[in-house]
Design a protein around this ligand. Structure first.
Ligand SMILES: C[S@@+](CC[C@H](N)C(=O)[O-])C[C@H]1O[C@@H](n2cnc3c(N)ncnc32)[C@H](O)[C@@H]1O
Length: 379
């Protein structure tokens, strides 16, 4: 993710936040109810009420997170003292995130909200057990755990997962695993060996950190998404552009072979399968924390990704800011990178409707941490 550029273009996918506000406000109402009950008890014992803890995972530059958190705090209704953790991958810029939060200083003070920034991967433990009252993560958890590689290997090895002949380079002409032209066995190997496992690990970790009764709201890019599976049934725009550049002699074939976008676009069923798997994941000394998670809501949300004035240009700018790092990781020369970018932009004009934008979808789900395991398990 190129944060400078994402900060400018993230508004082009803010619809994922807007169209899932029903889930967020429902979670906030339940949080407010839990707090009222707890505080009544606390006050009756002459104690002071506790500051509730909220976490936003994958805050990027903080701009979309702040908009959504302002809405969340407004939805809680009561003036509840809060502490919000803004978490982001350590490879991103802490300074940029802090600067965006500092710009909202007045809002933090007015609403009695304290804050911190935590630069750590969400595929690791983040918080003390049973400490968080609500967690949310928007447009992040489709990114897989790119540290999950065998010793001495790299994520480029994921391109041949499940393949019997690893030397067969004809299988490497894709960049996004959900594309139509990806070998089916590779996509299925990703689904089971990466996508389900990584989400299950994420869920187990969060289940340890949530307080009993607390909720987790996840919104991730899902399928179908025409950034990956265009309606003409051909390759995604990045793979298509790279192939054309190779044909014209502007790009070395090995750059395409090395390029891999490490995300998986899940369906609602995939999220359910990952949750089933999470219930079985053993965490040392903690049993199977994922078994405490209960799915309250899970749905696919169709959206259209587009720019405000320049519909396709805006969609392209967002696409490029999201995928640039993955292309750069394959070590193209500056000339090759410029050719890929220019060709991808042309492909956008060819395959997407300039009056509509790019049909896309997100999977949104709310999970609650139970106080005890599901009774069915014991029957
Ligand atoms: C598309 S941005 C979404 C940002 C913001 N939540 C929003 O809704 O606009 C995805 C973010 O997830 C972050 N991310 C990806 N993998 C991560 C990981 N393992 N740990 C923490 N953050 C991660 C990226 O760095 C990036 O900032």
């Amino acid at each position: 993710m190129e944060l400078n550029s994402y900060a400018v273009h993230s508004k082009n996918q803010y619809a994922a936040h807007l169209l899932t506000r029903d889930l967020l406000s429902a979670s906030m109402e339940r949080l407010a109810t839990r707090c009222r009950l707890e505080d009544r008890d606390t006050i009756s014992h002459g104690l002071s009420v506790r500051r509730r803890r909220i976490a936003d995972l994958g805050s990027a530059d903080g701009s979309s997170s702040m908009e959504t958190l302002k809405f969340a705090v407004q939805s809680i209704g009561d003036n509840l003292p809060l502490h919000i953790t803004f978490e982001e991958h350590p490879a991103s810029s802490k300074e940029k995130l802090e600067a965006a939060l500092n710009a909202s200083d007045d809002w933090f003070i007015k609403h009695d909200v304290t804050r911190e920034v935590l630069m750590r991967s969400f595929y690791e433990p983040l918080f003390e057990p049973e400490s968080i009252d609500f967690m949310m993560s928007y447009i992040c958890t489709h990114w897989l755990d790119s540290t999950d590689v065998s010793e001495g290997g790299s994520i480029a090895d994921w391109k041949t997962l499940g393949a019997t002949d690893k030397a067969d380079t004809s299988q490497l002409g894709w960049t996004q695993v959900n594309e139509f032209n990806t070998p089916g066995h590779v996509r299925e190997a990703w689904r089971v060996s990466l996508a389900h496992r990584h989400l299950a690990k994420f869920l187990s970790l969060r289940s340890i950190e949530l307080r009993a009764g607390s909720e987790l709201l996840l919104v991730m890019v899902g399928e179908p998404h025409e950034f990956v599976t265009p309606s003409d049934g051909g390759p995604g725009p990045l793979s298509r552009a790279m192939k054309r550049c190779i044909d014209r002699g502007e790009l070395r074939r090995e750059v395409l072979h090395r390029t891999i976008v490490p995300y998986f676009l899940r369906s609602v069923k995939d999220v359910e399968s990952a949750l089933t798997l999470a219930a079985e994941v053993e965490v040392e000394g903690k049993g199977t924390p994922g078994a405490l998670l209960q799915l309250i809501d899970c749905k696919s949300v169709p959206v259209t990704t587009r720019g405000d004035c320049d519909i396709i240009g805006g969609a392209f700018d967002l696409f490029w800011s999201i995928h640039l790092n993955s292309v750069e990781s394959a070590n193209p020369t500056m000339f090759e990178l410029q050719c890929i970018k220019a060709e991808t932009r042309l492909v956008f004009d060819e395959i997407y409707d300039c009056e509509v934008g790019v049909p896309s979808s997100f999977v949104a789900c709310t999970l609650r941490k139970r106080t005890h395991e599901c009774w069915d398990k014991f029957s």
